[in-house]
Design a protein around this ligand. Structure first.
Ligand SMILES: *Cc1c(COP(=O)(O)O)cnc(C)c1O
Length: 339
């Protein structure tokens, strides 16, 4: 990566460090479709333990891991309840519907990113042949950079038990939630039947997600993963990066959160900016521009080596390659632009 560019687009832009690359080069590998890659096995067991689940399964992407989770919970003609802005619904190409004939039932988010549980309960269909069978509730944590709290998760879980539904977590950034709440990850994930975790976001691995759940869900998932082309061969070379990330890059997420909080504080002081959803409580920040001069700002920033997601609202994400100096420089560039 070019050192001079301040890339706040996403924590997915993180690159493997020397230590991670060394771990990849020296990894013990084997054919994982034959179940013979020892490094993949270690990664899967490690994350199963960290999430408090029986088993784990390695995937090339979080999109595939979520898709396979939905396919493992739901049959053709079943339905899952999900947030309107959830990744599994909005940002995965409609895969569950296209490939699984699973109908989504989206629900608007509350300001804190949660789904109102009374609304969820109302959306659950009766057992009647007019309706799709509501089989699953899928949450996301963090969602839009916000941590979904433990009390809410406990209530949501109870609802799924009352209605005999599965409970899936898109935990692409669940480590950020765990670090933000200062609890072991299993404190969050224990409530769910399945959890998908990304190693390629703030944890800094180049690729990889792991789906964790019961032996039953994971053996089902193994079949679906093969069908969607996710069975990989000497993939321990990538799993080694994931293991390195788990061993070295979790605690430091706190630094990303602190930098995002600092950035949010400074942006919040600017008249031309309105923070969306308040200050960051993890590593993601959203804001709108009062004068709607999005294109002008993006161009001005790009010319000065500053990149962010030029969506509306604008998104800025802190990560391993972002320093305090770069955050100060970001604030300076924005101030200069508004001046
Ligand atoms: C990144 C992400 C995923 C998976 O993304 P891939 O790019 O397919 O690995 C899933 N859910 C959320 C919330 C994400 O941020």
């Amino acid at each position: 990566m070019t050192e001079s560019i301040i890339d706040l687009r996403s924590d997915t832009v993180t690159q493997p460090c020397q230590g991670m690359k060394a771990a990849m080069i020296s990894a013990n590998i084997g054919d994982d479709v034959y179940g013979e890659d020892p490094t993949v096995a270690v990664l899967q067991e490690k994350l199963a333990e960290m999430t408090g689940k029986e088993a784990g399964l390695f995937f090339p992407s979080g999109t595939q891991s979520n898709l396979v989770a939905l396919l493992s919970h739901c049959q053709r003609g079943d339905e899952y309840i999900v947030g309107q802005n959830a990744h599994t619904y909005k940002y995965e190409g409609g895969g569950a519907a296209v490939l699984g004939s699973i109908q989504p039932q989206p629900i608007e988010h509350e300001a804190d990113g949660t789904l109102n549980l009374d609304r969820v309960a109302k959306a659950i269909k009766e057992d009647d042949f007019h309706f799709a069978r509501t089989r699953l509730l899928a949450l996301e944590n963090t969602i839009g950079g916000k941590i979904v709290g433990l009390e809410y998760i406990g209530k949501a879980k109870q609802l799924t038990r009352d209605y005999n539904m599965g409970f899936h977590l898109d935990g692409a950034r669940v480590f950020n939630a765990a670090v933000g709440l200062n609890v072991p990850m299993s404190t969050i994930t224990q409530h769910f039947d399945s959890v998908s975790i990304c190693l390629s976001k703030g944890l800094g691995a180049p690729i990889g997600s792991v789906l964790c759940g019961s032996h039953k869900i994971i053996s089902n998932a193994q079949r679906w993963r093969k069908m969607v082309g996710g069975g990989m061969r000497q993939v321990g070379i990538l799993a080694a990066a994931g293991i390195f990330a788990l061993d070295n890059n979790i605690a430091r997420l706190k630094e990303d959160h602190e930098l995002a909080a600092y950035l949010g504080e400074k942006l919040g002081e600017m008249e031309e900016i309105e923070l969306v959803g308040g200050k960051a409580n993890t590593n993601i920040l959203f804001f709108t521009l009062r004068d709607k001069n999005y294109a002008e700002l993006a161009e001005y920033a790009e010319a000065r080596g500053l990149r962010f997601s030029n969506s509306q609202p604008i998104r800025m994400v802190t990560h391993r390659h972002i320093t305090k100096e770069q955050v100060l420089r970001t604030v300076e560039i924005l101030k200069d632009f508004f001046a």
